[in-house]
Design a binder for this molecule. Structure first.
Ligand code: SAH
Length: 394
């Protein structure tokens, strides 16, 4: 069941209380509507004496028409619009840069506060358009092959900052309702570890899937995780999204080096959690297994055999990702030969495998290259990660 913490209800109540206690000279803290899922929005309208159906109306204006000005919400009465202006707001972030790759990939740098910015990437393909969104400013996990981790960690993004990436991208791509929908898929594969920020990523995912907002199906919203086991176990009850696991190594020894959170949640805990995720789902339910191909590190034939064994009968699709370089890394991308040999072993072992095409690397928009602007507040030790885990998953 969803905990009350997962909604904006507390914020609403607090704001309403603030409002009733304040006199005319006290500024009222306004409630932000951009990041509210339907349940939170309905609670908000109830708290201001309105019918819950207003939630759907306002969500449509914000998410489907890209409207942030209450005056433009013409099916609301004038009185309600005035009331909303006094108690609520639709906060949106500033786009500080937009870069277009030769292959059509677009990267936006969004300022989320005066010290930090995050990156969001749109990847157009023939029959779909994928938006890759960030969930944190920086990342605390420090995976050794990932540029985001090298920037350090600053803070979790809030609901509105996560969903704002979709809001901004839809607007920038000019795909408001009358236009053809260009963003067909959303993946939480930008900066950060979404499952260390479930309080904000789950409501944002619910908004992505809500018919009054973006209406994406569960197959088209994917949370990617380095393996936060207790949070993997929360997904099914909270939001019915797809799951990708950043595996990258077939044994604990290697995975501890590449994905250090493996020390906390080793494969013997991680693998059963993936099976639990798929269990009881529809017949096509599976996990996407991501495996970055790094030259002479994790790309040997014996690693491929170990991977076949490890994955066993887990319903999954394996995605091999050629390593994308970034400044000051010693790692190199596996050769095409090595990648194809690796793929062949997996396929002979009965696995469904694709090799990811690198996109947007000329603008540093490829997997693992997102850096944003992060004012690091941590020493990025495992101790910090553990503290963070305790806070977020308790
Ligand atoms: N923290 C989450 C989401 C962010 S990473 C996770 O770990 O899944 C998104 C994907 O990009 C992951 O599969 C990650 O392992 C991969 N990635 C990171 N750095 C990379 C690099 N340098 N080259 C290729 N893929 C990379």
């Amino acid at each position: 069941m969803r905990s009350p913490l997962m909604t904006e209800q507390n914020a609403v109540t607090q704001t309403t209380d603030l409002g009733s206690e304040s006199n005319s000279s006290t500024p009222v803290q306004k409630v932000d509507l951009l990041g509210m899922d339907r349940q939170a929005m309905e609670a908000f309208f109830k708290s201001i004496g309105e019918k819950p159906f207003r939630a759907g109306q306002v969500m449509k204006w914000i998410h489907q028409f890209g409207v942030s000005d209450f005056d433009e919400m013409t099916n609301l009465s004038k009185a309600l619009r005035e009331n909303l202006k006094s108690v609520a707001t639709v906060r949106t972030p500033k786009i500080v840069a937009e870069q277009l790759s030769e292959d059509g990939t677009i990267k936006w740098l969004l300022e989320v506060d005066n010290k930090n910015s995050i990156e969001t990437v749109f990847i157009p393909e023939k029959n779909r358009g994928t938006l890759c969104i960030s969930s944190q400013v920086g990342c605390a996990l420090d995976c050794s092959f990932c540029s985001t981790g090298k920037q350090g960690f600053n803070r979790n993004l809030e609901n509105w900052e996560i969903i704002a990436q979709m809001w901004v991208a839809n607007k920038a791509l000019g795909c408001l309702p009358k236009e053809e929908r260009r963003i067909t898929n959303v993946v939480f594969m930008g900066m950060g570890e979404p499952l260390l920020n479930v309080k904000h990523t789950f409501p944002a995912a619910r908004i992505l899937m809500d018919d009054f907002a973006y209406g994406l199906s569960k197959r088209r919203v994917t949370i990617s995780t380095a393996g936060v086991v207790p949070a993997i176990d929360m997904i099914k009850a909270e939001v019915d999204v797809s799951l990708a696991i950043s595996l990258h190594a077939p044994n604990n020894e290697l995975r501890n080096i590449l994905v250090p959170i493996n020390e906390k949640y080793p494969l013997e805990l991680l693998m059963p959690s993936l099976h639990r995720f798929v269990e009881g789902g529809h017949s096509k339910k599976h996990v996407t297994v991501e495996y970055v191909m790094i030259d002479h590190i994790n790309d040997r034939i014996e690693h491929a055999h170990q991977l076949v064994e490890l994955l066993g009968d887990l319903p999954c699709k394996v995605n091999l990702i050629p390593f994308n370089p970034f400044p000051n890394t010693d790692y190199k991308r596996s050769s095409n030969n090595a990648i194809h040999r690796f793929r062949d072993v997996l396929e002979n072992g009965g696995l469904n495998v694709t090799v990811r095409k690198t996109r947007g690397d000329d603008i540093d928009a490829a997997c693992g290259q997102l850096a944003g602007k992060v004012k690091d507040r941590t020493k990025r030790t495992l101790h910090h990660v553990e503290m963070n885990l305790k806070q977020k998953t308790n």
